[in-house]
Design a protein around this ligand. Structure first.
Ligand code: FMN
Length: 176
């Protein structure tokens, strides 16, 4: 099962992420948990989130980039749900051998992350990659839509289809 942990602060105003979610949801075996809709008061149901993770083989953290990182509710989700003795530490093996993919949209173009002394995209991914590896998960190559703010509908649809294809390819590898 593919579990998409979706963190868009204003899901009804989204273009890029909404397009991606719509494409992903056409596939069987995909569950989406929209954190800002489930927990508008930031009161995360840790047991429900851990149960969903237990069902998953591939976990995706999908969100718009905000200030070069994750939106606050996803950060809180990571802090609360990936708990000691469950995700890491003594007896904490619940996520081992599951896969993790970072699916992110950015307002900036690809060059925005390589010009000047701004950190490159891979550097920004490191805290999430380290978190996944610390929990014994496999880190898959991230999926990115750059320029999400100014993308025309055709480009967005094409990129969202590529996202769906990534998920489909992963499902194929599981069958094989
Ligand atoms: C508070 C805030 C912070 C943002 N920070 C960044 C950033 O650091 N880098 C970037 O490329 N885009 C940044 N953006 C732009 C969003 O990533 C972009 O609007 C979003 O990916 C578009 O996706 P959507 O159509 O699903 O909302 C920021 C947007 C907001 C509202």
């Amino acid at each position: 099962m593919i579990l998409i942990i979706y963190a868009h602060p204003y899901p009804h105003h989204s273009h890029a992420n909404r397009c991606m979610i719509e494409q992903a949801m056409t596939l069987p075996g995909v569950e989406v948990r929209s954190l800002y809709q489930l927990y508008p008061d930031f009161d995360i149901d840790i047991a429900a989130e851990q149960a969903a993770l237990t069902r998953a083989d591939l976990v995706i953290w999908q969100h718009p980039m905000q200030w070069y990182g994750v939106p606050p509710l996803l950060k809180l989700w990571i802090d609360k749900v990936l708990s000691h003795g469950w995700a890491y530490g003594k007896g904490g093996a619940a996520l081992q051998k599951k896969s993790l993919m970072w699916a992110v949209t950015t307002g900036g173009g690809e060059h925005h992350f390589t010009l000047g002394d701004r950190p490159g995209f891979d550097t920004l991914a490191q805290p999430l990659q380290a978190t996944a590896l610390y929990c014994g998960m496999y880190w898959l190559p991230p999926f990115v839509i750059h320029n999400a703010f100014v993308c025309d509908d055709e480009t967005l649809t094409r990129r969202a289809s590529a996202y769906q294809q990534r998920l489909r390819d992963w499902q194929e590898t599981q069958r094989g």
